[in-house]
Design a protein around this ligand. Structure first.
Ligand code: TRP
Ligand code: ZN
Length: 465
């Protein structure tokens, strides 16, 4: 049987919520209803908030590594998507000092990760508004359902913020779900002598009275889990690719020697990736290498992927491929994670194939026949729980789904499909149903039913490779 493109439960919950909101908020001139405390993510019900759409984050932060103290003012510019009496932001830990809406003091309360804000006069459907939150404290390091650490990660001389899937809420209040992308301006002030590196372009750097303020601008929409700031002593490089794309790297001095040669390949990897995936989606590129005590994983932080030590070429290819698949085309919910990791893993296979290594077919065969390290534990499009979002089926079997499509449509059509998918949802969000529909539209004569049933949604190891 063909699986429905969207989970029935989510459709039902969403429909009921929308209907309720419409019933209570329409037409009567009343105060509206509170926005929701989540966007209905099947794995993280409290992530994000409904009732508004953020267009811009303006973050002014001051961080003192010695005291582990962060002081921030977040200005969140958004548009109400219905009439609202209140709205929620996600914020974990930290002390809230003041909240204003449109410059007027607003009432607020906190409950877990929900910061509920009540604008004095409510908000009309479609109204543009600005919430400003002043806050401070020692940011938390979170432990994810799978045991990995994220949020504010402490290093020997500073900190690195990594936010997949939830951790950005430990350093700024926001609509922390990948479905609500926005542009960012960030000013970070740190003790003179330290660097503060973030996504996008460095547009200002100014030292006064022993403190340096770094201004970073992210021009293209970004999901909040991809926002980062890295504070500490870094060896910086600023170069350009032959066609002018700025490449900024920031490397912990202790990792600098080991990282130099591999990071020097960023322009070469990007040139290959543009051939393979289409135009690079952002106005700047680069990398951050540091060693937080707690995190041993890399993350595709937008324009500036993070590495917990010098990466090998495969990992560099993986995180740069995420700039197309994950950062530009972002999952609609955390259930669609394989659209990130399956593609980034397949990028590694293709890189090897294009550079004289194993073909993707050989990699596929080795996985199909190889020792079962858990890759058949669940279908890539249906992780069994939040603890399994980064499990082997999401990465390896996700890549195998792409290879099955390639076998069916042939190399040329498959390469065109990779580029077409990146372009169809550039700077947007997409889910698994969007993907299967897209594949079917691109290859109208083909029947992909068995691939979806066995490889994408099916339990266990498919009978045939
Ligand atoms: N996305 C990272 C990668 O490049 C891995 C990762 C880091 C991750 N943190 C996560 C995956 C949290 C899922 C959830 O592969
Ligand atoms: Zn990845």
């Amino acid at each position: 049987m063909r699986r429905p493109h969207r989970p029935a439960a989510a459709v039902t919950a969403f429909t009921v919520l929308t209907a309720l909101a419409a019933l209570t908020a329409c037409g009567d001139g009343g105060p509206g209803t509170p926005g929701g405390s989540g966007v209905g993510d099947p794995y993280f019900p409290k992530a994000g908030n409904s009732g508004y759409d953020v267009t811009h984050y303006g973050l002014r932060l001051a961080y003192d590594p010695g005291r582990r103290h962060l002081a921030g003012t977040a200005t969140v510019t958004a548009r109400a998507t219905r009439k609202l009496s209140a709205l929620n932001l996600d914020l974990i830990g930290l002390e809230v000092e003041e909240v204003t809406v449109g410059g007027d003091a607003a009432r607020w309360s906190r409950d877990g990760q929900e910061l509920t804000v009540r604008p004095r006069d409510g908000l009309a459907d479609g109204e543009r508004f600005r919430v400003t939150v002043r806050y401070s404290g020692t940011p938390r390091t979170l432990t994810d359902p799978d045991g990995s650490r994220e949020g504010w990660l402490y290093t020997a001389d500073g900190a690195v913020a990594l936010g997949e899937p939830n951790g950005s809420a430990v350093w700024f209040p926001g609509n922390h779900h990948p479905v609500d992308k926005a542009v960012y301006d960030l000013v970070v002030t740190v003790p003179q002598g330290l660097e503060a590196v973030s996504n996008g372009e460095l547009t200002g750097r100014r030292t006064e009275r022993g403190r340096t303020a770094f201004t970073w601008h992210t021009a293209e929409p970004m999901a909040s889990y991809l926002a980062t700031v890295a504070i500490g002593d870094y060896t910086l490089t600023r170069t350009r690719t032959p066609d002018g794309l700025p490449v900024h790297t920031a490397v912990d001095p202790q990792q600098a020697a080991a990282s130099r040669a591999v990071l020097a390949r960023i322009p070469e990897v990007l040139a290959w990736a543009r051939e393979t995936f289409g135009p690079y989606p952002f106005s700047t590129a680069g990398a951050v290498v540091d060693r937080p005590g707690d995190a041993g994983y890399a993350l595709e932080t937008q324009t500036r992927p993070f590495f917990p030590g010098a990466p090998d070429t495969g990992l560099l290819v993986h995180e740069l491929a995420h700039q197309w698949y994950g950062d530009s085309v972002t999952p609609r919910t955390w259930r669609d994670m394989w659209l990130n990791e399956g593609f980034a893993t397949y990028a590694e296979w293709l890189w090897r194939e294009d550079h004289g290594g194993d073909t993707a077919q050989q990699t596929f065969d080795a996985l199909y026949q190889g020792f079962d390290d858990g890759i058949w534990a669940f279908p890539p499009a249906r992780p069994t729980s939040a603890a399994h979002l980064s499990g082997p089926p999401v990465y390896q079997r996700g890549a195998m789904v792409l290879h099955k499509i390639r076998q069916r449509i042939g190399d040329g059509a498959f390469r065109a499909l990779l580029r077409g998918w990146a372009s169809a949802h550039r700077h947007g969000n997409a889910d698994t149903g969007d993907f299967t529909a897209y594949v079917e539209k691109r290859a109208p004569g083909e029947d992909f039913g068995a691939i979806w049933d066995e490889w994408l949604y099916g339990e266990g190891r498919p009978r045939r490779p």
